[in-house]
Design a protein around this ligand. Structure first.
Ligand code: COA
Length: 381
């Protein structure tokens, strides 16, 4: 944004930076303390002590579940994991080259029509839709991936958690406990994050009194971009391009000289470090050492050091998530879809919160074009 524009329009904040977009009780980002809380609970503690299901429950029902409530919630999730046959058929019919995020939009759009709560817009119906949306996300992503690669989808196993089921439906192997816990904690980290672009887009959508499924599809489309969810995939491609720790310093200095955006660094809200990256970074590096592949963690150390020295920028969640997922053997094209698997909980909670106290979201535009132009007849143009 040129200096002239900000001087000319002092009330305008490009990208709405710093502009409050609404009220929420779902999560709080404290930029100065690099802290993130979901409904008042610190995300680090949630990742350590809870499962993703408990976190999803917390986001939807505004409280942590009791053991019985969690049991019932897991049961409802398990009943909703399997896709209606028609949704699987739609995924099968989609072109193989389709971006996985576009596959997800197709699946949810189709699934809306098979949801028994379709057309009911009260809070109870919307929570039931949300449970179906959250439960089926991993099934959609895993089935879509297998179909794109010419493999048959694997049915969800009702005995498994959201995290374990996703890895199982992807590979056919049930993960060990440590892998399940680590992957589960990344879902918690990705579950919710204030008025980010996709959540705000989801809230804008439902503020028109559209429906929760439309809000989710809007969120998926918005998350796809590399400045948002797509950054985790780009970050891993960058690490692969660098290739070895010995090349890292020269690569990053060259990138900065050439004014390249370094994916997985910087954040609109956190200026002293992303709370989620602070938690995930050491664990991603530790996993690499444990499995005998410390390369990505070593490259990461160099990039983090130079980015801080030269630009004052810290890694965001997408940076450690990228090499953590890579070291778990997850295909790169699934990193942003995994973000969806987690974030559907946050989007659903926001859609429900928006509808509880709704006002159409409709900001004002500052018109900068010409005015009162004399009409020119076709023959004279
Ligand atoms: C996340 C992001 C969009 C936030 O952007 P923002 O608040 O609009 O900040 P800006 O893009 O205006 O950046 C401010 C300055 O830092 C620089 N900067 C920000 N992120 C950077 C990055 N990842 N690599 C290099 N420079 C970066 C910008 O070039 C700009 O420098 P300038 O003032 O010299 O022009 C931005 O940091 C980015 O594009 N990061 C990479 C994508 C990414 O990881 N996204 C996931 C976010 S969770």
């Amino acid at each position: 944004m040129s200096v002239n524009v900000t001087e000319q329009y002092p009330n305008y904040s490009p990208g709405l930076e710093g502009v409050p977009g609404g009220l929420t009780k779902i999560s709080d980002i404290d930029s100065d303390r690099s802290s993130l809380q979901f409904r008042g609970y610190d995300v680090h503690e949630l990742a350590e002590k809870c499962t993703y299901e408990e976190v999803a429950y917390l986001l939807l029902y505004e409280k942590l579940p009791t053991a019985d409530e969690l049991h019932a919630f897991r049961d409802s999730m398990n009943r909703a994991r399997k896709l209606p046959g028609e949704v699987s058929a739609a995924l099968r019919m989609a072109p193989r080259h389709l971006h996985p995020m576009d596959q997800i939009k197709i699946a949810y759009t189709m699934q809306a029509g098979f949801d028994p709560n379709y057309g009911h817009e009260d809070k109870g119906s919307n929570i039931r839709k949300a449970i179906r949306i959250i439960a089926s996300a991993g099934t959609i992503v895993a089935a879509g991936h297998r179909l794109r690669h010419g493999e048959e989808p694997i049915d969800p196993d009702p005995k498994l958690s959201t995290a374990a089921n996703f890895l199982y439906m992807l590979t056919g192997n049930v993960p060990d406990e440590a892998t399940e816990k680590l992957f589960d904690s990344t879902l918690t980290m990705y579950a919710e994050h204030g008025f980010n672009a996709s959540t705000f887009a989801c809230r804008v959508c439902v503020s028109t009194l559209s429906d929760v499924y439309s809000g989710i599809v809007t969120g998926v489309g918005t998350l796809k971009g590399p400045l948002h969810g797509g950054a985790n995939e780009e970050a891993m491609r960058m690490l692969l391009e660098i290739g070895s720790p010995a090349k890292a310093e020269a690569w990053i200095r060259d990138a900065l000289v050439n004014k390249k955006k370094v994916m997985g660094f910087g954040h609109r809200e956190y200026k002293k470090g992303d709370s989620r990256a602070l938690w995930l970074g050491p664990r991603a590096k530790e996993l690499g050492k444990r499995i005998g592949n410390p390369t990505w963690g070593q490259i990461a150390d160099t990039l983090e050091k130079v980015m801080l020295e030269e630009k004052g920028l810290y890694p965001n969640v997408d940076f450690p998530a990228a090499f953590l997922y890579y070291n778990l053997g997850i295909p790169i094209e699934l990193y942003t879809p995994i973000f969806v698997v987690a974030r559907v909980a946050g989007w659903s909670a926001h859609a429900i919160e928006q509808l509880e106290n709704n006002r159409l979201i409709r900001p004002k535009a500052i018109y900068t074009g010409e005015k009162n132009v004399k009409f020119v007849e076709m023959k004279d143009r």
